[in-house]
Design a protein around this ligand. Structure first.
Ligand SMILES: NC(=O)c1ccc[n+]([C@@H]2O[C@H](COP(=O)([O-])OP(=O)(O)OC[C@H]3O[C@@H](n4cnc5c(N)ncnc54)[C@H](OP(=O)(O)O)[C@@H]3O)[C@@H](O)[C@H]2O)c1
Length: 250
């Protein structure tokens, strides 16, 4: 049995997707395991669409030396985090503190590799790292994998302009931001994020008082769908939430 075989299906608890202007993606495997289509917002004019993806413990913490300790398990890892949240993304964006020497943000589950191919996208998303300090290790895997474009946003221009440039000059229409909370908060505060894909585990874990939003103006969130993992052992809750007041495509 591989780790892929340990993915458990989700079941829909709440579906308000008809109240949002979202597009649906999926294939036979993802619809079965996600219990329906996965939704995306289209990009607003002149910018990429940006979604966040976080796993938080039952008590709302997102920081852990090893995020696996937060209890997401194979379902969150393969179906959501390395799966549906990035399958349609042109790029994955991370803060410098969330990139290790061997990090490469891509898709591994064969059914989702296939879905990405069916969506007409290259196998690996562009890798974007946010870092002001220039302390980045340029020998890290993320910057040295053949056929995988990578770039750094270095804080030399405001975030909205940097992101408009990615759309204009590099054709990047959709970004999955994988955190951490400092980076996610910068993007939310700049009004650049449409969605959050949030998995809540059934265990208390992580560094205390580290919710995914670390700023002083928490956004109002609206539920698009809520799902629950089908298992008797510590089921996850998954929520797709819209950030109220974000720039949405018209
Ligand atoms: N639960 C989850 O889903 C999840 C997801 C990701 C990470 N994590 C965990 O979260 C922790 C890391 O989170 P974190 O909040 O400390 O750090 P982070 O957001 O990953 O990275 C912070 C760094 O990103 C750069 N940065 C952030 N905003 C920027 C901006 N507006 N402009 C330029 N650079 C910017 C800065 O890099 P420089 O210092 O180089 O300037 C900053 O020090 C780790 O424990 C990781 O395992 C958890």
């Amino acid at each position: 049995m591989t780790d892929f075989d340990r993915v458990r299906p989700l079941v829909t608890v709440e579906d308000r997707s008809r109240q949002f202007s979202v597009s649906a993606i999926g294939n036979e495997w993802s619809r079965r395991y996600f219990d329906g289509p996965f939704y995306l917002h289209d990009a607003p004019a002149g910018r990429p669409a940006i979604s966040l993806v976080f796993v938080q413990s039952k008590d709302g913490n997102t920081v852990a030396e090893n995020p696996a300790d937060l209890g997401g398990g194979p379902t969150d890892l393969h179906l959501i985090y390395e799966g549906l949240s990035r399958v349609a993304a042109d790029a994955v964006l991370a803060g410098a503190s969330s990139v290790g020497p061997n990090t490469l943000f891509t898709i591994h589950h064969p059914a989702l590799v296939l879905l990405r191919y069916e969506l007409g996208l290259p196998p690996h998303p562009t890798q974007i790292v946010l870092s002001k300090s220039a302390r980045l290790d340029r020998s890290a895997r993320i910057f040295n994998t053949p056929d995988v474009p990578s770039m750094v946003i270095d804080g030399s221009e405001p975030l909205p302009e940097a992101l408009a440039r990615l759309r204009r000059d590099h054709g990047i229409r959709r970004i999955s931001c994988v955190g951490g909370r400092t980076t996610a908060t910068s993007l939310v505060n700049a009004g650049l994020v449409q969605d959050i894909y949030l998995t809540t585990t059934a265990i208390e874990a992580g560094e205390p008082h580290t919710p995914w939003y670390a700023g002083g103006r928490p956004p109002r969130l609206e539920t698009i769908v809520r799902k629950r993992e089908v298992t008797n052992h510590l089921p996850l809750v998954f929520e797709h939430l819209a950030i109220a007041g974000a720039p949405f495509a018209r």
